[in-house]
Design a protein around this ligand. Sequence first.
Ligand code: SAH
Length: 243
Amino acid sequence: MSWRATILTLYPEMFPGHLGQSIAGRALADGIWSCNAANIRDFAADKHRTVDDTPAGGGPGMVLKPDVLAAAIDAVADGRPLLAMTPRGRRLTQARVRQLAEGPGAIILCGRFEGFDERIFQRRAIEEVSIGDYVLSGGEVAALVVMDACVRLLPGVMGAASSGIEESHESGLLEHPHYTRPPEWEGLAIPEALRSGDHARIARWRRARSEQDTRLRRPDLWDHHGDDRVHPPSGARQKKKEE
Ligand code: SAH
């Protein structure tokens, strides 16, 4: 059974977009996942096919109508997680991506203009998802981000089976940095440990750099790493922070 993405959008021609190429594109051609984009406008009831209207209370822009959104959702809903892309949503994490990838797929609602009439979230079970603290012009690129992150985790998509596990964020840490040939470039040598051939030493170096870089670059991640595994006793957590 392939992983199925259904996208509700005003711009269905944007899909599969860049996911038609490279790793995701090959997996799509191989039938590991499928991508169907439906046009929200097809669910508008009036002869002008109106999907939006002016914001209640005034102000700039337009708001996507709840009745049209509901008709589009109800036409494709089948128990798969239903996501709406919005900067007001919960920020996407690798943990959520992994859960989605393990499921049957996703239905993804893409906003435009000022976004969605809030009542759609009260009347349909929708998970509001943000891809980060900035504002895009539409949800399509955000939907592609969600799909890309999921598809690369599907069995058979990535070359090395372990590759997906060791990445940044999978362990709650950033990944260690990488190097390749030449061994010296513009006066910079590849770290000695990586050239030692000593697998235990290489593993230690990578672990240390992963921890060090996370601590320095992303103190927010460092403070919480390990939280979703076994909770260390509060004394131990305190100690980790003081180090
Ligand atoms: N007025 C809204 C922003 C609308 S941007 C607000 O301030 O919250 C138009 C559409 O782009 C949104 O409906 C959403 O689908 C998409 N979008 C913009 N930024 C996004 C983000 N960070 N994550 C996910 N979707 C986003």
